[in-house]
Design a protein around this ligand. Sequence first.
Ligand code: 8X3
Length: 257
Amino acid sequence: MGNLNGKIVFITGASAGIGAATAFAFAREGARLLLAARRRDRLESLAAELKQAGAADVHTVALDVRNRAAVASTIEALPSDWKAIDVLVNNAGLSRGLEKLYVGNIEDWEEMIDTNVKGLLYVTRAVVPGMVERNSGHVINLGSTAGDQTYPNGAVYCATKAAERAINDGLRQDLLGTAVRVTTVDPGMVETDFSLVRFHGDSERAAKVYQDLTPLTPEDVAETIVWTAARPAHVNIARVLMTSIDQANSLLFNRRQ
Ligand code: 8X3
């Protein structure tokens, strides 16, 4: 698929779910992996698994994308052979809570906005100038069906994904005239720790989300991300909206009872 061999791919939120699956998918294409996540122990075991699976090269950085100063200094301090990032996958993101806006938990809101919107902006601001300078690169943002259509009890999470869409589309316009590409990959329901995190570790409630239907897998999304990156340099996939066969949009599911 395309020529991703030797390309430097920077993935945020790489330690689990779609981020980890994306690391494996790029590894299969011979890419060099620059992986960021908060949990250093998880990152290290992932790096070991990737190397075992034949990854060409892996470098990890412990990073909380909410920390603006840390984002800037981490990118600045990358070893010289990791600085020329070819593909940035802005994957770090989460949902917290599922309740009516007027009784929502403000801490939850802050965490989602700080990670999904501000964190994405900090990383983008730190990485894209180098891409512009080299006149080469690709930013792939993780959006959601939730950014396409707001669902009940999810206003703030949906708002962060609507913001992601606006940032994605704005960035693509601002980069016109350069060879830097910008893509948003917007999945529906994907079975990861997403719901466990949303429900603050309530595994019973999380399991119910994926009951009686087939959700997407992290690998389905990872393959799509890699596909967008592997298109010829003049092709920019602006947006991929994808769901499993049991989901029509952010509001409509087929549950087989
Ligand atoms: C994830 C999609 O519908 O589970 O972004 O919130 S949904």
